[in-house]
Design a protein around this ligand. Structure first.
Ligand code: SAH
Ligand code: SF4
Ligand code: F3S
Length: 434
């Protein structure tokens, strides 16, 4: 009889790709993918703990499986990813959800097969959280679900210890993959027909292989075939003129850059341990705009970091106005136990943070809308990614990451399509194939 798996993913692209690796392991074990926990023989939660609401979300959904598990005792529930990797969290999870069968950490993913086999021979919950990162595992055979895009890890972990951030504690120190292995992986993905390659790392600029990050990008861009090349995330402190040059000289590298600034106030940036000032950030942005005038710059912003005053917040608004971000992820600071900022005095009251985030979101939305309006009447090349059955339209993105919708009789998924934009509604564009 067929066995089925269902994976629920939270968090960043890194986790999305890791779920593809989990799916790869489960398919090798003979499981097939299914759409809902009700049909599944194993449900895996791949969790995130970057902010409290990410955690609560996972907790809520794990809690919802209690009834199902009571009715179907032979169904396995596994919880992995960043959440259980936090100090004492695995025990906490076990207490709260005693019916969860396997709890594993970020460094145990590659042994999921072994964990499942071990669990099937025992009654009690199997908890395995490795403290240290160990060697990079090169045996992954991810079951990719994001065609025509393919995610490719180039490095893991983070050494930056921004004072608010839990990632260095749950993902371990920076480890870079071998440059040749990365290039080989991309070459084979391109020959399999993938049209967009996104290189992944918490801080791709600090990639340290035989090649530097700009050299690696250039070699990948030199691979034959038509495909787009993206990378994320870049840390402003390591964003270099060499990288700008490589971006400007290689047409396969998309003219868009995600460059999280977090705040526009020097005092807050210092307290965040970001290692750059607002002025230095703006200088790098200017350098980039000069070399690549059409480059779309996106960012992450946090409001309500401990000690953030109205003046500090104004500086963030000012910086956002100067850069004119194509879009931005905006977050209210969330206290993460074990980080340096969690112990800082002057935590900002919730009402203040809420008012600030609303003002910031309004500004960012107005910038995004204004950029959308400039698209009207223009023809852009969209890589068709999917069919949106609700709208009855195909959708995809242009090289700047802007989403576009269009009608077609033919299935165009995986193809580059020229679309003349007719309507702009907030972030999304609609047009006609030309
Ligand atoms: N490595 C990436 C981002 C990882 S987390 C980088 O350095 O840019 C993604 C975003 O979540 C961060 O850029 C930050 O804006 C936000 N974030 C991280 N920790 C947070 C916290 N404790 N509260 C609110 N937002 C947070
Ligand atoms: Fe977190 Fe900073 Fe590392 Fe990004 S660079 S993952 S924000 S510690
Ligand atoms: Fe979340 Fe872990 Fe990514 S905490 S944002 S899933 S690295």
């Amino acid at each position: 009889m067929d066995k089925f798996f269902h994976i629920v993913t939270y968090g960043c692209q890194m986790n999305v790709h890791e779920s593809e690796k989990i799916a790869g392991i489960l398919s090798e074990m003979g499981y097939k993918s299914c759409e809902s926990p009700e049909e599944a023989d194993i449900v895996v939660f791949n969790t995130c703990c970057i902010r409290e609401n990410a955690e609560n979300h996972a907790f809520g959904n794990i809690g919802m499986l209690k009834k199902l598990k009571a009715a179907r005792k032979d169904m396995l529930i596994a919880v992995g990813g960043c959440l259980p990797q936090q100090m004492n969290k695995a025990e906490n999870l076990h207490e709260k959800f005693p019916y969860v069968d396997i709890i594993f950490g970020t460094h145990n993913l590659h042994n999921l097969k072994g964990l499942i086999e071990k669990k099937l021979k025992m009654r009690k919950t199997l908890i395995e959280i490795e403290d240290s990162e160990g060697e990079i595992c090169e045996d992954d055979k991810p079951l990719r679900t994001s065609y025509p895009n393919a995610w490719v890890n180039i490095m893991y972990g983070c050494n930056n210890f921004c004072s608010y951030c839990i990632v260095p504690y749950v993902r371990g120190r920076e480890r870079s993959r071998d440059s040749r292995k990365i290039i080989e992986e991309v070459r084979s993905l391109v020959s399999e027909g993938y049209k967009e390659i996104t290189l992944l790392g918490q801080n791709v600029n600090s990639y340290k292989g035989e090649l530097t990050f700009p050299q690696l990008l250039k070699e990948i861009a030199d691979i034959d075939g038509k495909f787009r090349l993206r990378f994320m995330t870049s840390h402003p402190k390591d964003f270099s003129p060499e990288l700008i040059k490589v971006m400007a000289q290689n047409p396969k590298i998309c003219h868009c850059l995600h460059l999280p600034v977090q705040s526009g106030s020097d005092a807050i940036l210092k307290a965040m341990n970001r290692k750059y000032t607002a002025g230095q950030y703006l200088e790098k942005v200017e350098m980039l705009k000069k070399a690549i005038p059409d480059c779309a710059i996106t960012t992450d912003l946090i409001v309500g970091f401990p000690g953030e005053t109205d003046e500090d917040f104004k500086a963030t608004l000012e910086l956002a106005k100067k850069v004119n971000f194509a879009s931005a992820f905006t977050f209210v600071y969330s206290k993460r136990e074990g980080t340096v900022a969690a112990k800082m005095p002057n935590q900002v009251p919730e009402e203040v943070s809420k008012a600030r985030i609303m003002e910031l979101v309004e500004l960012i939305n107005s910038q995004t809308r204004a950029l959308s309006q400039m698209y009207i009447g223009k023809t852009v090349e969209i890589l068709c990614e999917d069919y949106d059955s609700k709208r009855g339209l195909y959708m995809g993105r242009d090289e700047y990451g802007r989403m576009g919708y269009f009608a077609s009789q033919k299935n165009l998924i995986g193809q580059f399509v020229n679309v003349r934009i007719e309507h702009a509604n907030g972030v999304s564009l609609t047009g006609e194939v030309v």
